[in-house]
Design a protein around this ligand. Structure first.
Ligand code: FRU
Length: 429
């Protein structure tokens, strides 16, 4: 019944009640996908950060589990971080122990307790903190841990808010240099003792790199490392075991902090997927847009569909593409024959035009315009995801609060070459 409300999205994950922001602790462990999330169980706005928990067998249907991490006090909250499996028992707590990394905010801004690790012995339901916590004490947040095979060690990437060697080269603006655009790296072999190895700085001051990621993507018989921040800005380059080295970037279709168009934020990728895919899910910020317009309506924050990140060779060089995971086909209920049938429905539209350029269109009242020749568009109740141009264009669109009940469905320009339309099912039934 919580999901039956008219403005609740039906095939995008969201908290049954309360508020959610960032996806956290994303990991595959013992046959299950775990997707934790920044959660306020006591209200529909940000605050009281706990870790909520969803579990899935197929990446598509999520079941809400009890809260996994509780805030200690209203000042010491559980902020974002990643999950991983200690496959080789580095910690001494047993092979294949499920871990999450998170930031404990301690006494709030400026006084963080630091980066912490906690492990679970009951399939990700409850967690115990390491006695060494905080494993890193600094100004910063959002740790993500990966295994670095060439040197048989763990690498932690974190959003760094401290002045450091790497930022000193940058000009002073106001009272600091580039506080918001800094990634720092740490290493460990036992998960308990960590040493700082370096940092990487985005010299663009518009950047906000909370929730950083560092991972390797393959293309043919080459590979590149990607450094990615919360706004979806990313860099392509190398990782030398100590720090990221830029070859190109920043890139990305989404720019500007918390932009409300093309808005997804603080995305994270799964660790330890058995097939080696790099699958990402982001936070779609809708609550603040609608709360003023519909006081008392629980519209709810939501997350994107899972999509795979892949490298593509383009005329400009190597770029990252977003492709919905194969599993999204499980959402399909039946095929529709014409776009008109999308009105009032949950849909997936695969459309190809004769010509490239900007194609303006609306599906069930939500803007689905895109650049390129073809697109795949998923329309839920308040958001649409637009994947176009072989995944090189990816945006999340929100239903405009001024035309909330609109079901306008129209292709405004272009000659359609091919069209396939599916009615989709809710994941909550
Ligand atoms: C990103 C973020 C993170 C932080 C969390 C707090 O949206 O600000 O940096 O850990 O949200 O909820």
């Amino acid at each position: 019944a919580d999901y039956a409300k008219p403005y609740r999205n039906q095939f995008h994950a969201s908290a049954r009640r309360g508020w959610n922001n960032d996806p956290n602790g994303m990991v595959y462990h013992d046959g299950k996908y775990h997707l934790y999330f920044q959660h306020n169980p006591f209200g529909i706005y940000w605050g009281n950060m706990h870790w909520g928990h969803w579990e899935s067998d197929d990446l598509i249907h999520w079941q809400e589990k009890p809260i996994a991490l509780y805030q200690k006090t209203q000042r010491d909250m559980m902020f974002s971080g990643g999950g991983f499996v200690d496959f080789n028992n580095s910690s001494g707590l047993g092979e294949d122990t499920l871990f999450v990394a998170f930031t404990s905010t301690g006494r709030g801004v400026g006084g963080t307790r630091g980066e912490c690790l906690a492990y679970s012995k009951d399939g990700g339901l409850t967690f115990t903190e390491l006695p060494e916590n905080p494993i890193i004490s600094h100004m910063g947040r959002d740790p993500k841990i990966i295994w670095y095979e060439p040197e048989q060690k763990w690498v932690l990437t974190v959003y760094n808010l401290e002045e450091c060697e790497e930022t000193k080269a940058l000009p002073m603006v106001g009272t600091f240099r580039d506080k918001f655009a800094n990634f720092a790296y740490y290493e460990s072999t036992d998960l308990r003792h960590w040493k700082r190895t370096g940092a990487f700085t985005d010299s663009d001051r518009a950047a906000l790199h909370e929730c950083p990621e560092l991972f390797e993507l393959k293309i043919e018989n080459e590979s590149r490392w990607i450094t990615l921040g919360a706004q979806g800005r990313y860099f392509v380059g190398q990782f030398d075991g100590k720090k990221f080295i830029r070859e190109s970037g920043p890139h990305g279709t989404m720019v500007g902090p918390y932009s409300s168009h093309g808005a997804f934020y603080a995305a994270q990728t799964f660790s330890d997927l058995p097939d080696g895919r790099r699958v990402q899910i982001g936070w779609v910020r809708t609550q603040q847009v609608y709360a003023g317009k519909f006081p008392g309506q629980l519209v709810g924050e939501t997350l994107t569909l899972p999509h795979e990140l892949q490298l593509r060779r383009t005329d400009e060089g190597l770029r990252m593409a977003c492709v919905p995971v194969e599993e999204v086909k499980k959402l399909r209920a039946k095929e529709f024959q014409c776009l008109e049938e999308c009105k009032g429905e949950l849909t997936e539209v695969l459309i190809e035009f004769e010509e490239g350029g900007l194609h303006e269109m609306m599906i069930n009242g939500i803007d689905a315009s895109f650049e390129g020749k073809s697109a795949r568009i998923f329309t839920d109740r308040t958001i649409a995801e637009v994947y176009a141009n072989d995944g090189l264009f990816y945006q999340v669109r929100e239903r405009s609060a001024d035309s909330f009940d609109s079901t306008e469905t129209v292709v405004k320009n272009g000659t359609i070459k091919s069209l396939k339309i599916y009615q989709l099912k809710s994941i909550w039934k």
